[in-house]
Every structure is written in C-alpha cells, then in structure tokens.
Ligand binder design. Structure first.
Ligand SMILES: [Zn+2]
Length: 341
C-alpha cells in the first residue's frame, strides 16, 4: 500500500501565506498561532467548511468513513457513504456512484489533452473528490496533488488510491485559500468544482496565481442552459427558472433542493469571468464522455449518454452542444506576461 507522503511538502498558512512548521499536532503557523491538524494521514488546512456540514460534523463523518474503510473495499465504502447521507435521494445516489466509478476513464480524455510530462509536471486537482482524475494522472506527472474541502471525500479517495496502488498527495483545503506558494503548478484541473465554491471569480483568480507562466487550467462544469436533464438533479430545464421557482420545484420533485448551494454557470458566463483574469481561453467544447461497461448507470441514462456521444461526432451539433448540452469544458493557458506590451 503506498504511503501518502505529505511531510515533505512545503506548506504555507492559507491565511498569512507564510511557512508553517510541522509539529506532533500537525502544522503550526507562528504568525496567526493556528494549528492545522493531520487527520487520518491527511493535512487539514481548512479555515471554513463546505456549506453542507460544519467543520466538526464534517470531521465526525470523515471519522466514521475512516473506521468503516478499515475493513471495507472502496465500493463498499462508497455505498456506506450514501447510506449515511440523508440529503441525496436514492435515485440520484445510484447515478452519482456510477459517475464516480466511471471517473478515471472519463479523466483519461483530459489527461491526454494536457500532454503531461512525468519529469516536470506538477498537477493540482482542485476538488478531487473520490480521486478519478488523480488515478488517471498519476504516473504521468512528477507530482500529483488532490485538494478537496470535504475531508469525508478525501477519506474515500485515500481508500481508492491505496486499493489501486496509486500515489498522490491529498490535502484538505478550501480551493479559494490553498496552503501552497503561488506559481508552483504547471497544470490545474478543476472538474465540476466551479459550481460548488463560494465565489467562482475568486476561484479562477486563485488558479491563475498558482499556475506557472504558460501553465494550463482545465475546467469542466454542468451547463445552466442545458436543454435536457440537469446533470445534478436530472430535472429538465431547471436552470432556466429563477431561484425561488427552482427551489419549490426541486422540493416537490426530489424532496430536497440539491441546487441550494450551487452556482449555476454557463460557458458564456465562465468565458466572461476568465476574460478578467490572466488566463487565455485555448478551447471551449462540449464535455466529452466515455463510459465503462459494467458501471451501473440506469438504462435510460446509458441510452442518453450513447445518444450524446453520437451527436458529438457531428461538427455542427457539437458546436451547438457547447451552449445547450449538459456540460462543457474549457482549457486555458496562463499568459506569460499579461502586462507585456
Ligand atoms: Zn497563519
């Protein structure tokens, strides 16, 4: 089983942005006197939690998963996670699990585009979740780092990496306040994360700061203006409704408003935000998909995915799907010197 090595990383305090010292309790910042603990082998540099659970609730849930995971497989741990998570309806849990299991194969497409080099690339996966991208990128980069604000997901990810013999550094942190020095990453991947952060504009600015000049940022997100079922809720055209109507509809149809903390974004909106940063858009396209046989998507979803893949083969349809398809992807490059004449 590979060790997840965090001891030799040069972490900094995400608040003061000065070096921290490694102590028996974790990492200590002498400027603000904060101590960041190492929990289940994962350094926890959070100064706030996600919007679903408090830090205490979150750490407690991660602890339950850690204990369960000692005698369980990754698949069993994933089932256990959804069995103790009330606010995901069963029919969505089936789809989320299928999506997570399919993720490494899906991530292969992105990894190919990023033309990685095992000698020089330092890849940061923002919002790595259950680690699909880390599995695809490991071995193709000098260093692979997965960051997530949810320790519970990093515990699940750690189990998956160990089971597959994949080595990556896992760090629990807010994507908008990372414990790394600026300008150290050659590649940043932010798959399905811009919808979940507190401030999408700030996320893009942070990505730019963490990239080396000419480094690349790859983003994917589900599309607010999808003309089919919304990727997160499976409800058709939900992104077109104003928030109050959306909340009422989702509570009626699903019992819970799963979009309550989600920023609904579109490719045009993100391109406009990117235009205010030093990140230059190289490519915007519909999100490409691959599907592993044996992953348990319901038959209707499987049919829709095949139909979508077929449409992507036609140039014109593919162009249209950027704007009205279920999800999109954008590749950007950090300008070498944005102030140069
Ligand atoms: Zn500090």
């Amino acid at each position: 089983m590979p060790e997840i090595d965090h001891k030799h990383e040069a972490y900094i305090c995400p608040v003061c942005r000065v070096s921290v010292t490694h102590t028996d309790d974790g990492y200590h910042c002498s400027t603000c006197d904060r101590t960041y603990p190492v929990l289940f082998g994962i350094p926890d540099f959070r100064i706030r939690s996600d919007r679903y659970l408090t830090l205490e609730q979150e750490r407690e849930k991660a602890g339950k998963l850690h204990v369960f995971g000692k005698t369980a497989t990754f698949t069993e741990l994933l089932d256990f996670y959804y069995s103790i998570t009330d606010d995901v309806p069963d029919e969505l849990a089936i789809r989320y699990k299928a999506y997570i299991k399919n993720a490494p194969r899906q991530a292969d497409l992105t990894v190919k585009d990023l033309s990685l080099s095992s000698d020089k690339d330092v890849l940061l996966d923002m919002g790595c979740g259950a680690g699909g991208m880390l599995m695809a990128a490991a071995g193709q980069c000098r260093t692979v780092i997965g960051v997530d604000i949810a320790l519970r997901w990093l515990v699940i990810c750690q189990k998956r990496l160990a089971e597959s013999g994949v080595n990556a550094t896992l760090v629990c942190a807010d994507a908008e306040a990372l414990p790394f020095e600026y300008g150290k990453m050659t590649r940043i991947v932010a798959g399905d994360v811009v919808e979940h952060v507190y401030d999408p504009t700030h996320l893009l600015e942070v990505c730019e700061k963490h990239l080396m000049p000419a480094g690349r940022l790859w983003i994917s997100a589900s599309n607010r203006y999808c003309l089919g079922p919304n990727a997160l809720t499976r409800v058709w055209w939900i992104g077109f409704f104003p928030r109050s109507v959306r909340t009422r509809l989702l509570k009626k149809l699903r019992g819970v408003d799963s979009l309550r903390y989600i920023n609904l974004v579109s490719p045009g909106y993100l391109e406009r935000l990117l235009g205010k940063t030093g990140l230059h858009v190289l490519h915007t396209g519909p999100r490409r998909v691959t599907l592993i046989q044996g992953v348990d998507y319901p038959p209707l979803d499987r049919m829709l995915i095949y139909f979508y893949q077929l449409m992507l083969k036609f140039r014109l349809l593919s162009r249209i799907l950027i704007w009205v398809g279920p999800a999109f992807e954008i590749t950007t490059e950090k300008m070498v010197d944005r102030n140069a004449p």
